[in-house]
Write a protein that binds this ligand. Structure first.
Ligand code: C6P
Length: 406
């Protein structure tokens, strides 16, 4: 059980008001609020320890480098990777997927090759592959999603017969909350020779992840959805693959020797993929965010959010014309819904006037919206700090908004 009063006291933003009403923040899936430990870690670093990393022999540079590399080690242990050489800092999940598409993809994808994604991907796990497919005259194939919002097993088997070179798949849907059995899909895809990239943006904040147990080749996520800062994220890649992949961005930090005449040789992993000055304070604070999640208890966080989601669905189902999108057995707490005859934006705007922050729209998953023949949903998503009282406020707010709009 989470101690909610204690947890909430660690999130300064939760005491503020919006339009004169107490903030009810139900948009964790877009970005998590930050505990004091994370805010302070960045402040402390910038106040007392800031310098560039891997650059100088002076004391501050050493301190900054040690803290930066210690954060990498925290990420490694958190996701069960074998070595810090397999942990690349990126600016976020989007950046990490683009890195794989541009480095691995440009080297490995040839005309006619198949790249396999699913209908429930976020645009971040669609567009980089579309761009690659266009450049390489490869084919983008899509595994369909059932009415319940789960991956269509039969279609998946069919698409595997096309021998894809890579499967890029979302771990937890940001719209449906569906938790995909990525270990099983990884095994099946690898049996036909595919590499597997998992978009863990919505799993890392809610579930324990072990990349070795899953067996995937790449795993990506952003720090800001997991209580960390914006502008920092991670690419995990199996060392054997990363070693063969060419660098993507060139510049300082990622080189061994630069010679105008003879050309440039590159740094060893993980630095080969980290051109330029990184987001040092972000990486350090992200390490602290992982500590915070582990200290709070990932299992308890996940259980709490699922209970909030279940209660939200229970209360919201009393609202006339309610339709939920996403009925998978295995789900996180996120709740996506529509109300017959009402536009999600109108409902979202009225909720905002009541101090309730939800996300409305296509959630950067337009192909999934097209699958359900809708333009968007209203989405409530939860974090460790949300309460049952906030769920009550949501249900009452939606009821009121729908009465006002009818
Ligand atoms: N989803 C949401 O409200 P970045 O922007 O790189 O930090 O994360 C992109 C991303 C990738 N994959 C998934 C599954 C995601 O949910 C997101 C971000 C937010 O659902 C903003 S669109």
């Amino acid at each position: 059980m989470l101690n909610l009063a204690h947890i909430r006291s660690q999130f300064p933003i939760l005491t503020r008001e919006i339009h004169g009403r107490p903030l009810v923040y139900l948009d964790h899936a877009a970005s998590a609020q930050k505990p004091i430990a994370v805010i302070e870690a960045q402040r402390e670093y910038l106040m007392h320890h800031h310098s560039n990393v891997h650059r100088g022999v002076h004391e501050l540079s050493q301190l900054a480098t040690d803290a930066f590399e210690a954060a990498r080690e925290k990420v490694r242990t958190h996701i069960g990777a074998s070595s810090t050489e397999e942990i690349i800092w990126t600016s976020g999940a989007t950046d990490a997927i683009n890195l794989v598409a541009q480095s691995w993809g440009r080297a490995e994808i040839s005309p006619g090759d198949v790249i396999l994604i699913t209908r429930m991907e976020h645009h971040a796990n669609i567009v980089p592959w579309q761009m690659l497919a266009e450049e390489k005259q490869a084919k983008l194939e899509v595994v369909e999603v059932t009415d319940e919002g789960v991956i269509d097993e039969a279609d998946f088997q069919e698409k595997l017969k096309k021998n894809p070179k890579i499967l890029a798949i979302i771990h937890v849907s940001n719209v449906l909350g569906t938790v995909n059995d990525v270990k099983r899909w990884t095994k099946k895809a690898q049996q036909v020779g595919a590499r597997v990239l998992i978009d863990g943006s919505q799993s890392i904040p809610h579930l324990a992840v072990d990349v070795v147990d899953i067996g995937c080749d790449f795993f990506v996520f952003s720090g800001h959805k997991a209580y960390g800062p914006t502008g920092i994220g991670v690419l995990y890649g199996r060392k054997e693959l990363l070693e063969k992949m060419p660098p993507w961005r060139g510049g300082g930090e990622m080189i061994d020797v630069v010679d105008i005449e003879k050309g440039t040789s590159y740094a060893a992993l993980p630095h080969k993929f980290e051109a330029g000055t990184p987001h040092i304070s972000g990486a350090i604070a992200m390490g602290v965010a992982l500590d915070w999640m582990n200290g709070t208890g990932l299992q308890s966080i996940g259980d709490h959010e699922r209970a909030l989601g279940a209660q939200a669905r229970h209360l919201l189902s009393d609202v006339e014309g309610m339709r939920f999108i996403g009925e998978a057995q295995e789900r996180t707490g996120v709740v996506s819904f529509l109300i017959d005859g009402l536009h999600p934006y109108d409902v979202g705007t009225l909720l905002d006037q009541m101090g309730i922050a939800v996300r409305t729209g296509h959630h950067c998953a337009q192909p999934l919206m097209a699958r359900f023949q809708i333009s968007g949903t209203i989405r409530a998503s939860f974090g460790a700090y949300n309460t049952m009282q906030e769920v009550d406020a949501l249900a009452a707010g939606v009821e009121r908004a729908s009465r006002m709009l009818r």
